[in-house]
Design a binder for this molecule. Structure first.
Ligand SMILES: *Cc1c(COP(=O)(O)O)cnc(C)c1O
Length: 381
């Protein structure tokens, strides 16, 4: 027997209204090219819209997961609680105590849990922008009052400006992505220390989703500051976006409080095993980070030669500006190149974000981009 459900009409009212706080929140616009690409398996495609790794993860990942599945298939059992084995590895890898670590289902779960733990309705939360918007959604769901702050030049840091804002507002929380997505702006640890000092009762989230590419971290600040949480992920440089696993560093007291809102079984066992295997293959990670670095040099040279405004970031993406950005994005998709249009974000008019992969991939992408730009006369022959 099949259950037949009446077709939904566009503007039908739901039988049950969501909570008041949810009604006013705009949904996060998540558009991925994944299904489009899967539907055309014979076509060369470049998925460079979500800053995922463009190469497969360490072969150890597949080995660990298939090994587990073929040996005992114990997926009838709940996973190792709190990803305890991964915590042990991370603790050794970073040389920090386990009590300063928490593993979550991607850094998205970390950001959400931090918001749940600390935000009271009406609390001001300072968001240097433009930045990763998913955090803003999590904060809004807790009833935060989002306060945006824009540096004069979106591609430059402005410590003085940010410090002044922090001192003036004394926000409950500050969300600082380092390097920032999508602008690449970075604040050094000594600069972050000044912010932490300026507002000791403000919780600073430093999102290091791209830390491996920048080969930088604010981790050393944990020794001296109790108002800092650093989030990291296996989704970007480690190439495990599909497994949904990340982690955070913070003072032990903060970790204990955030832990209260995170389920001990939120990360699946296959994800835990994959992350351990990826962490243990640093050579694989370093090869990809090196490849991305080479590609960025290649892109900079290309952009310079063709007179295209291009911002190379310390992460695995670059930003390019075009007169007719949405049109360029559509034409690139025709060529099988899927990028992220950021041109409607405040301060980023005309900008398109390209994730960066290996030099071979970069060759293909730049060739496609050249042919699109020639088509509109933005490029000399
Ligand atoms: C991609 C991204 C994330 C999401 O990471 P997950 O670990 O996959 O949830 C978080 N923050 C920033 C800045 C990102 O760009």
């Amino acid at each position: 027997m099949t259950l037949s459900i009446a077709p939904r009409t566009e503007n039908a009212l739901p039988a049950v209204e969501p909570a008041r706080i949810i009604r006013g929140i705009k949904p996060y616009q998540a558009v991925s090219s994944l299904n489009l690409i899967r539907a055309q398996p014979d076509r060369t495609a470049y998925k460079i819209d979500w800053n995922e790794s463009t190469v497969l993860p360490s072969p150890n990942v597949a080995q660990a997961i298939t090994g587990f599945l073929s040996e005992n298939l114990h997926v009838n059992l709940y996973p190792v609680l709190d990803s305890a084995n991964l915590i042990e590895k991370l603790s050794r890898f970073y040389a920090i105590p386990e009590e300063n670590l928490l593993v979550t289902a991607g850094s998205d779960e970390a950001l959400n849990a931090i918001c749940t733990t600390y935000i009271n309705a009406g609390d001001p939360v300072l968001v240097p922008s433009p930045t990763y918007e998913h955090f803003v959604l999590f904060a809004q769901i807790r009833g935060a009052r989002i306060v945006r702050w824009y540096a004069e030049d979106p591609f430059k840091s402005d410590l003085e400006g940010l410090l002044a804002q922090v001192k003036r507002i004394q926000p409950r929380m500050v969300y600082l992505v380092c390097p920032n997505n999508p602008t690449g702006v970075m604040y050094r640890p000594d600069e972050i220390a000044q912010l932490l000092q300026a507002a000791p009762e403000t919780l600073f989230i430093v999102d290091e989703a791209y830390g491996e590419f920048a080969r930088a971290t604010a981790l050393e600040l944990l020794r001296d500051y109790k108002n800092l949480v650093i989030t990291r992920t296996f989704s970007k440089a480690y190439g495990l976006a599909g497994l949904r696993i990340g982690y955070m560093f913070a003072d032990a007291a903060l970790i204990r409080d955030i832990h209260r809102v995170v389920s001990p079984k939120s990360v699946g066992i296959l994800s835990q095993l994959g992350a351990i295997a990826a962490l243990e293959d640093q050579d694989h990670l370093n090869r990809f980070v090196d490849a991305v670095e080479q590609s960025k040099v290649q892109i900079a040279v290309w952009a310079e030669k063709h007179g295209i405004e291009c911002h190379i970031t310390p992460a695995n993406f670059v930003m390019m500006r075009f007169e007719q950005a949405p049109w360029v994005v559509r034409q690139l998709a025709e060529e099988g190149i899927y990028v992220r249009d950021r041109s409607s974000m405040e301060k980023l008019q005309g900008f398109v974000r390209f994730s960066v992969g290996t030099p071979e991939q970069t060759d293909g992408i730049l060739r496609g981009l050249e042919s699109v730009l020639r088509g509109i006369g933005q490029l000399e022959l």
